[in-house]
Ligand binder design. Structure first.
Ligand code: COA
Length: 205
């Protein structure tokens, strides 16, 4: 069996699933590195096509630290469902991920030697075929289409990993995330102050 992989705007090649591995799925020529699907919106002179998407690296600890420490309290709360700030140990763990069980995509802008991290989407495989996801954008980049783009790439990666289900808990009041998830094909089920978002990848085309 083979799968088609988009590389850049035009090139397409196929991979044998028997030789395909997860690390390749998130670090090399994959859908994640494909051009953005829509470039209709421009933000402060920057277009979505100027945002780069790639897998997180251990060397991103510094930009991840800066990103997290510049989030508004509201955004930080929505991400962690808590007012706490992540510890340095957590940030280290979130940048030096275990590629066997975790996928983390970052959105960055700026020159390659001075990148600014503006968004992170990740999933962690919690049980065979199932992963928990989370996503957070810098405040200035919210509401502009970037979440949809990053989420779409994360779902592509989950599919490439062969996952059956992706899920995540968010505050039931987090209308932005719930709207984005629904538009990405997720179902939302509310239980008290939390809504569980889940995407059955086996039902997706
Ligand atoms: C949630 C979040 C990732 C969404 O990303 P975003 O870039 O702001 O969302 P987008 O601009 O891509 O919008 C995606 C869709 O949701 C809709 N949407 C976004 N915010 C909305 C809101 N508050 N109410 C209704 N719809 C909303 C948009 O209209 C858009 O739909 P469209 O593509 O059909 O036009 C981002 O706002 C964020 O980082 N929030 C803080 C952290 C967080 O809540 N994380 C979730 C918990 S893990």
């Amino acid at each position: 069996m083979t799968m088609t992989v988009l590389v850049g705007s035009a090139a397409v090649f196929t991979l044998s699933t028997s030789t395909f591995n997860r690390e390749m799925a998130v670090t090399e020529a994959t859908l994640i590195d494909a051009p953005v699907r829509s470039d209709a919106r421009a933000w402060g002179g920057l277009r979505l096509s100027e945002v780069r998407f790639r897998s997180i690296r251990a060397a991103d600890l510094g930009i991840l630290h800066s990103f997290v420490h510049h989030l508004s309290p509201e955004t930080g709360y929505k991400r962690l469902l808590s007012p706490r700030t992540p510890s340095d140990d957590e940030l280290r763990r979130w940048s030096a991920i275990d590629p066997a069980t975790e996928c983390a995509l970052v959105a960055v802008v700026g020159p390659e030697d001075q990148e600014e991290l503006i968004g992170v989407a990740r999933f962690v495989v919690e049980s065979p075929g199932e992963a928990d996801f989370a996503i957070v954008l810098a405040d200035a980049w919210q509401g502009l289409g970037l979440g949809r783009e990053l989420m779409s790439r994360l779902v592509d990666a989950a599919r490439l990993w062969g996952l059956r289900k992706v899920r995540g808990d968010v505050l039931a009041t987090n209308t932005g995330m719930i709207a984005l998830a629904r538009r990405s094909g997720f179902a939302a089920r509310r239980s008290g102050i939390v809504s569980t978002l889940s995407l059955d990848l086996q039902r997706q085309s």
